[in-house]
Design a protein. Structure first.
Length: 130
């Protein structure tokens, strides 16, 4: 059984050989020119989307553009990461300061509470024994 690609190659080869036979049997240049023009017209009909087909050059250019864009995105990502790290460090420092202030404030109020408790206990004992 003949594969599709093999059949296409044999069909193309038949067209090429037919074109060769017609060109060699043509008697003058005008007839040969017409045969060649007809062959090009047939090619354009058969491969009408040929202008839309990407070439290796097109693919290489697209690949280079994509690589450039990827590198640009990586660069932007690194910049964003560094900026976020700086912001996180700033937030950590601010929180640390606020925690220290809160601890000091709690300790101050606790000391005042203990002092008033001690004064109340001393006052009660003074009245009871005094």
């Amino acid at each position: 059984m003949i594969s599709t690609k093999e059949g296409q190659r044999k069909g193309t080869m038949t067209h090429v050989l037919d074109l060769y036979d017609r060109l060699t049997s043509a008697t003058d240049d005008r007839t040969r020119g017409r045969i060649i023009a007809d062959a090009f017209a047939e090619l354009e009909l058969r491969y009408s989307n040929l202008s839309e087909v990407a070439t290796r050059t097109h693919l290489s250019e697209t690949k280079l553009k994509l690589i450039k864009e990827i590198e640009q995105v990586r660069s932007e990502l690194k910049e964003t990461e560094l900026r976020l790290q700086k912001e996180i460090e700033k937030v950590k420092a601010d929180l640390s300061i606020q925690i220290k202030r809160t601890r000091a404030n709690i300790l101050q109020w606790s000391f005042m509470f203990w002092l008033t408790q001690f004064a109340a206990i001393v006052a009660i004992l003074w009245r009871v024994w005094g």
